[in-house]
Design a protein around this ligand. Structure first.
Ligand SMILES: [Zn+2]
Length: 253
């Protein structure tokens, strides 16, 4: 049987696009990552460039980051505060406006659940982003070379569920409206870690800033030459430019 491809979203990538035209809507973007450092890996260059272009770019970190170390001198009690400090330092290098840390979600133990959904919906209703960036929710593997961490999948899936339909509909989490928040429609979703991207930001002018942001996560990376080489090569394209790539979904209504 021949598949009917009419009406499908474009899958070919346009290289090096800028931020969308928001019309009369505020230029607000929100990147939601599972762990401190995920949003920097996923979209730090874009966050920096959009911030310079006048956007209010926010980060939201879902888990406490309490498992991310192989250093035997560090405990799960010490790690969350340290990693929050590192994430704030990284965000300030980029011009990110603020970092929201959700509470009560333990690193490595994330599931798609109603508490997490409510927490993410509240952040969306509070900040009212035009664009939301997050993890690929469905792919278990990246490029047949890596496993997409369970916390990443759970964060991506819950964020997508939060965007549509939960944040939009007033009868979902009505207590938010009693808190003074209003419903919100996100227009653009940008997914990092997807093997079929259709949008990219040329981050050539921002790659060193991205590296500097990543280097703030000193509990995660030593910052040796090998790491720097890995970071730079990872986003380098055959044309010599550096790109962050996303699957972009623009909500039709
Ligand atoms: Zn992560």
């Amino acid at each position: 049987m021949t598949a009917n491809l009419e009406g499908m979203a474009p899958t070919t990538e346009t290289k090096g696009e800028g931020p969308p035209d928001t019309g009369d809507k505020p230029k607000v973007a929100l990147a939601i990552g599972a762990h401190p450092d995920d949003t920097d890996f996923g979209c730090a260059g874009t966050a920096h460039l959009w911030s310079k272009a006048g956007w209010d770019f926010y980060y939201c970190v879902v888990t406490d980051g309490s498992k991310g170390t192989s250093d035997k001198a560090l405990t799960s009690d010490e790690l969350p505060d340290l990693r929050q400090t590192e994430q704030r330092a990284a965000a300030s290098k980029l011009g990110v406006k603020d970092v929201i840390f959700l509470k009560g979600h333990v690193d490595g133990e994330l599931t798609v659940n109603r508490t997490l959904l409510g927490d993410i919906v509240r952040v969306i209703r509070k900040l009212k982003p035009y664009a939301v960036f997050t993890h690929e929710p469905q792919q278990v593997f990246h490029n047949n070379a890596f496993v997409n961490h369970n916390d990443h999948r759970a964060t991506g899936m819950t964020t997508v569920d939060a965007i549509y339909p939960t944040a939009r509909d007033r009868l979902n989490f009505p207590e938010h409206l009693e808190e003074g928040l209003d419903v919100h429609n996100v227009k653009d979703i940008f997914i990092w870690g997807n093997d079929n991207p259709n949008f990219s930001t040329d981050i050539t002018d921002a790659v060193e800033t991205k590296v500097q942001a990543l280097l703030q996560h000193t509990s995660q990376f030593g910052g040796g030459e090998e790491f720097l080489k890995f970071v730079r090569e990872r986003w380098k394209d055959e044309d010599g430019h550096y790109y962050e790539r996303f699957r972009r979904v623009t909500m039709a209504r």
